[in-house]
Design a binder for this molecule. Structure first.
Ligand code: C5P
Length: 222
């Protein structure tokens, strides 16, 4: 779109899981499908934004008409995000692994008659927090996600402050909700003015609603 409300704006979206290698053939991952992040990138594109889409190995195909940067690990995702800045708005929808295997094996770990391997972990960089706390060149609007299984609102509200982002899109990813990997999402949008509970709707509708709020916020000017 050459004359949409986000024409001339650069939107950065992260999406999907990350894969953290154990050895050359094994990895640790999570159940993120990439559906919500892909829908958000699509909605922003449809409003005219130029979109950089940094994606881990997702189940769903990235949207057409956006710049796609494929990564595997959290550290690769951080590098890709830094390389993509500056942006007017950054939406961190990726389910980034909190931990990676501290010393991955250069060769496939073999069974040794009953001795079990022990994995040690190291903490991954927090990409959302790093971008939220940039002292220069920070995107005007930084949006994080909070996928929780309990005390969703409390955890997400605390997360917004701790990370320093502007908005948090909180959702309950308990298995019985069917949200992770499903077509629908039930979110609460948390900002400095409070929490807004959205009805359960298709992930594409969550994306459209969020994208329209992004238009309003960027339109408020700097
Ligand atoms: O702390 P938690 O992983 O629950 O935070 C979720 C939010 O932070 C999501 O927006 C996710 O994309 C982002 N995040 C990140 N880098 C990490 C961990 C989470 O950008 N290492």
């Amino acid at each position: 779109l050459t004359n949409g409300p986000l024409t001339g704006k650069h939107a950065l979206v992260t999406s999907g899981p990350t894969h953290e290698p154990i050895d050359p053939v094994r990895y640790i991952a999570n159940r993120s499908s990439g559906a919500q992040g892909t829908a958000i990138a699509t909605a922003l594109r449809d409003l005219g934004a130029s979109v950089t889409f940094v994606t881990g190995p997702a189940d769903v195909a990235p949207p057409a008409g956006v710049r796609v940067v494929r990564v595997n690990t959290a550290r690769e995702m951080k590098d890709a995000v830094e390389a993509a800045l500056p942006a007017d708005v950054a939406v961190f929808a990726a389910a980034v692994a909190d931990w990676r295997v501290a010393s991955q094996s250069a060769s496939k770990i073999k069974k040794k008659n009953g001795a079990l391997p022990v994995l040690e972990f190291a903490e991954n960089p927090d990409i959302l927090a790093a971008v939220s706390q940039m002292t220069s060149g920070r995107p005007q609007l930084v949006i994080g996600f909070a996928a929780e299984t309990d005390q969703v609102l409390d955890h997400a509200t605390a997360k917004r402050v701790r990370k320093g982002c502007d908005w948090i899109v909180a959702n309950d990813v308990s298995p019985e909700t069917g949200i992770m990997g499903g077509a629908q999402n039930a979110v609460t949008l948390i900002s400095d003015t409070g929490a807004e509970v959205w009805p359960r709707m298709n992930k594409s509708d969550v994306a459209t609603k969020l994208a329209n709020l992004i238009v309003d916020e960027l339109g408020r000017g700097v």
